[in-house]
Design a protein around this ligand. Structure first.
Ligand SMILES: [Zn+2]
Length: 189
């Protein structure tokens, strides 16, 4: 499946073309300044610049180099072994400052859903039912006794829906990445 050139979200039907490729709706929203600008003549570096600068102005001054990102939830810097919680504008209504943490601080990463179920049974058991998921969060436990929440789903969605499928890709991506981080290795590719 084709992926967003900026955040690597798999693209189903929402895709937006720029001069050298396509991006997802979330990135388009940022690059087009909330759907007001035109992106079709912009190059990849222009789009990347817009997305990163717009979203994470405060990161530019710090020692944070974005090497990968998962949706608009989290940015990773594999070089400096840090991650940044962007406090997703789409879920958290009031924009909060991005927060940066070190990979070394991560103790545990857990997944919670309402209704509650283990991540492994999710898709198998519920894929074809009309079941509704009210929320999904990932909790990241840090050495400082802090617990950070990433709200991936904040309002009820049907498991069959595209919105769910997309969010679930993010959940898996985040969980995978943290399992690598905690093992202190990097995924291949
Ligand atoms: Zn994207």
């Amino acid at each position: 499946m084709k992926k967003c050139d900026i955040c690597h979200t798999p693209l189903d039907f929402f895709k937006f073309r720029f001069a050298e490729g396509v991006i997802c709706k979330d990135c388009y929203k940022i690059a087009s300044n909330n759907f007001t600008g035109i992106i079709y003549c912009k190059s990849f570096s222009e789009i990347a610049e817009l997305c990163n600068v717009k979203e994470d102005n405060s990161l530019r001054n710090g020692e944070f180099e974005i090497t990968s990102r998962i949706g608009n939830y989290i940015l990773f810097d594999d070089k400096n072994r840090k991650f940044c919680l962007t406090n997703n504008r789409m879920v958290v209504k009031e924009a909060q400052k991005p927060e940066i943490f070190s990979y070394a601080d991560v103790i545990k990463c857990e997944f919670f859903s309402n209704p509650s179920m283990p991540i492994t049974v999710f898709c198998k058991a519920y894929k074809n039912s009309g079941e509704i998921i009210k929320s999904i969060s990932i909790y990241i436990y840090l050495g400082s006794q802090e617990v950070k929440e990433i709200k991936v789903i904040a309002s009820p969605v049907r498991i069959k829906s595209f919105a769910f499928k997309r969010s679930f890709t993010f959940v898996n991506g985040i969980m995978d990445k943290f399992s690598y981080i905690m093992k202190n290795i990097e995924p291949e590719g």
